[in-house]
Design a protein. Structure first.
Length: 257
């Protein structure tokens, strides 16, 4: 089995694959100072909930936007899982040419998402990832990574608003009742959900002018909150990044004898 690990700034998403099938997955809060021992303890606890154990894992594939944690997962893989760990970075075969000024600037999560989306559609596509930041990434019809746009995420924007506005308290973002909010809570729901839907639609429409008839796809924690109010995107795939990690691992796995 393959353990795929997507380490984001806010959450970490783990998935276990048997062949091409995702048989289990979990999410937990990312803690940048965690050691390999602590990570192994966390994984062991999750495995125990599903009657799995470390010997079941043959390999690990990691995408990380928190560099210290990538190293710690490598240590946990070596010491506890006794499995090879592939960390997405320079030198890893992705099968996707990177057509930006400095290919080293591309975040691992952005590239992984783009690979998974292109594998799915086999044509030009745009991926919108609702994470700590909002990443919008474009892939050409020939399967080339072209770049994209980065904006603030919903949660980090809400936190900044709360920190700067003394009378605003934290709320859980959900479906707005109306565009004209009749309470502070309703006004925030409208501003954030409708507002970010408009931001996404505006950027996607501009990208569509530069990329001929792309397929559109969203992923990430709050995608399901915003996408129902988007006029451009109507499909969400929460497992996109995990599937991208599986694809990259398969492209780098040693050939069977």
């Amino acid at each position: 089995m393959l353990l795929a690990v997507d380490i984001g700034n806010t959450q970490t998403h783990l998935g276990v694959f048997e062949g091409e099938s995702l048989i289990e997955h979990w999410r937990f809060q990312t803690r940048s100072g965690a050691t390999g021992d602590e990570l192994a303890e966390r994984i062991a606890g999750l495995f125990s909930l599903c009657d799995m154990s470390f010997p079941d894992v043959d390999a690990v594939c990691v995408s990380s936007v928190v560099p210290p944690l990538g190293v710690q997962y490598e240590r946990a893989s070596e010491r506890y899982l006794e499995a090879d760990c592939l960390t997405i970075g320079p030198g890893v075969k992705t099968g996707m040419p990177i057509r930006i000024d400095n290919p080293l600037e591309v975040g691992a999560d952005r590239l992984v998402n783009s690979i998974a989306a292109y594998e799915r559609f086999q044509t030009a596509c745009v991926v919108v990832d609702f994470g700590t930041g909002i990443n919008i990434d474009a892939v050409s019809a020939e399967g080339e990574y072209l770049g994209g746009a980065i904006g603030p995420g919903l949660e980090i924007s809400l936190t900044a608003l709360i920190d700067r506005a003394a009378r605003i308290t934290r709320i859980d973002l959900g479906e707005p009742e109306a565009a004209i909010g009749r309470s502070s809570r309703a006004a925030i729901q409208s501003g954030f959900v409708f507002g970010f839907a408009g931001l996404i639609d505006g950027l996607v429409r501009r990208i569509e002018k530069e990329l001929s008839e792309p397929r559109l796809l969203a992923t990430g924690g709050l995608a399901s909150v915003v996408v129902p109010f988007s006029e451009t995107i109507d499909e969400v795939d929460d497992m996109l990044t995990l599937n991208g990690l599986r694809l990259i691992y398969e492209r780098n796995a040693p050939a069977a004898d």
